[in-house]
Write a protein that binds this ligand. Sequence first.
Ligand SMILES: [Zn+2]
Length: 214
Amino acid sequence: MAIVKKCSHCGSILAEQYKFCTNCGSPDLQIEYVDENGLPETPPVGTVLNGQTVNSQSSGTHAAPEVKPAENVIAGTVGALLFGLLGAGIYFILYQLNIIAGVCGLVTFVLANFGYGLFSGNRQGSTLGVVISFIVMLVMIALAQYLCISYVVYDALKAEYDINFFDAVKATPEFLKDPEIKEPVMGDLVFAYIFGIIATVSAIFTNRKNKKAK
Ligand SMILES: [Zn+2]
């Protein structure tokens, strides 16, 4: 491997020591790496070439633009929904057990973001993935909270009225009109969302760090 200079103006190839083009006099010379046949060659990774650090093995001598991993957004969204549903299930169970279900805001986001990465093929973390996972978290926690109330309704009324869980799900909006039920439900929801937002913000910072590290 040898270093030569190529004139940006006329394209002449010059020896490394030249500061001006011997053909046209232009001072605008680009450093090029060539092999023994004078053909362009990829410089070693980490080489600073024309002010840019070479960070990948690719053809040509100029630092290639960073290749983004392919990302299937639709598959990623399906993954986020599937894993988000798991978070909703955990929320439902913790709620029944009287354990702080709010942490599932965080758990659901993390699961959804993981599901997005797994299904989209981009596991390095993507901004779009974070946004989709955040929306999935909002929807899944609201769904889980709704079903928790349905279950409370079902449990309270099943002996007296012979209803099934699905009847309770349908009747839940009526019960949510009662401020005494609605207010604590909203409180639980906000609590879970705070955890979800914490997870989202931390994912954004993690993604940025990963990008800078590259
Ligand atoms: Zn020239």
